[in-house]
Design a protein around this ligand. Structure first.
Ligand code: KG4
Ligand code: ZN
Length: 353
């Protein structure tokens, strides 16, 4: 009989639940989005996020189990994998407490999963050929990190952002133009219509020998450009050609800076493959530049998940949890579930900190 893992993800603003069969067959993966609840604030409001998770989680669970044809969870679910950090404490608690309750009621083991390890596993669901060593770029609203995956379970941080995350910068420039939230997908859509060379934004940390990112200077350059063009305080719309050009030029600078540092990381580690993950991994310019420069020019392997697996989801958490359980069983010949784990908002994934 096939092994089913129930994945639960509530680290930020989306309630997500999935049922995974074996290591990579996604039976069902659903999401209750809170985007509309946070949109008026232009960013995630932690207090609202945890309340909304509370409301959404049990109805979503019912729906997932029904669609996955799980009629007897105690008999059919073999493992509950739940995000235990990093993330917002109030949000993490909802997922963790739900997982603990279900684990006790069904007498099923539970595996706490690091959200970032989940992002690493998003690619495995779609690219079974992806094997360590590889470099993974986790680029989302809360993270911009390059990770060396030496082995599954053995991760080294190569570099991170000094200030804003890439997705955060997208959200902020969209907010400056009054374009809505989350900004990334909107800017990406409008950038396609603009001229990326219309504005010469600086490429962050270009030419430095460190694998590091910085987006706050670019954000300031963007605001200065809006001021110089007299566009501050004006109601800008999606049909404005100036907006398209600004989106395209901003997007180019972000993509160039990420791909520059990926190239540097590959050279420094002599690794021949890179995987993208996180919401910004859905970005069309980033995908195109990465394919051009890293795959076509350097001949290294380039992997990215489909957009639904780039952003937060529970299928990747289930996959990471299942793999973690398999490694524990191999190592210790058994896997003992610990119901006493506590969510950790700043849980680090790296071995060398
Ligand atoms: O991974 P994710 O769903 O949540 C976090 O863990 O942060 O990422 C959300 C972020 C948001 O900042 C959003 O604007 C950005 O990913 N994003 C994009 C695109 N789609 C989502 N950024 C650029 N281009 C996109 N197509
Ligand atoms: Zn995430």
């Amino acid at each position: 009989m096939s092994f089913l893992t129930l994945g639960i993800e509530t680290s930020c603003d989306d309630t997500a639940i999935a049922v995974l069969e074996g290591s990579r067959d996604v039976r069902v993966s659903l999401l209750a989005s809170q985007t509309a609840d946070h949109a008026p604030y232009g960013g995630v409001v932690p207090e609202i996020a945890s309340r909304k998770h509370q409301e959404a989680i049990l109805p979503l669970l019912r729906q997932v189990l029904k669609q996955a044809s799980v009629v007897d969870p105690a008999g059919q679910i073999g493992l509950i994998a739940v995000t235990a950090g990093p993330g917002l404490m109030g949000s993490l608690l909802v997922g963790a407490m739900t997982a603990k309750g279900l684990a006790q009621a069904w007498d099923v083991p539970v595996m706490p999963v690091n959200h970032l390890e989940g992002h690493l596993y998003a690619n495995v669901l779609i690219h079974p050929e992806l094997a360590p060593p590889f470099v993974c770029a986790i680029v989302s609203g809360g993270h911009t990190e390059l990770v060396l995956v030496r082995e599954w379970g053995d991760y080294r941080l190569l570099g991170a952002t000094r200030d804003d995350a890439a997705g955060e910068a997208y959200d902020k420039v969209a907010k400056l133009m009054g374009l809505g939230y989350p900004g990334g997908p909107i800017v990406d859509r409008l950038a396609v219509r603009g001229d990326a060379l219309a504005v010469d934004f600086p490429i962050p940390l270009k030419g430095t020998r460190d694998v590091e990112f910085s987006f706050s200077g670019l954000k300031t350059a963007f605001l200065n450009e809006l001021r110089a063009r007299g566009m501050v305080g004006e109601t800008l719309g999606e049909e404005d050609r100036r907006v398209w050009d600004l989106c395209a030029a901003f997007q180019r600078a972000v993509a160039e800076s990420i791909v520059d540092k990926i190239e540097l990381a590959l050279k420094q580690t002599r690794v021949r493959a890179v995987a993208l993950s996180g919401g910004v991994a859905a970005n069309s310019a980033l995908r195109a530049r990465l394919t051009d420069r890293i795959q076509k020019r350097l001949g290294a392997g380039v992997f990215f998940p489909p957009p639904a697996l780039c952003t937060d989801n529970a299928a990747m958490i289930a996959a990471a949890g299942y793999a973690s359980m398999c490694r524990a069983r191999e190592r210790e010949k058994t896997f003992v579930s610990d119901l006493c784990f506590a969510p950790d908002p700043s849980w680090s994934l790296w071995n060398d900190e």
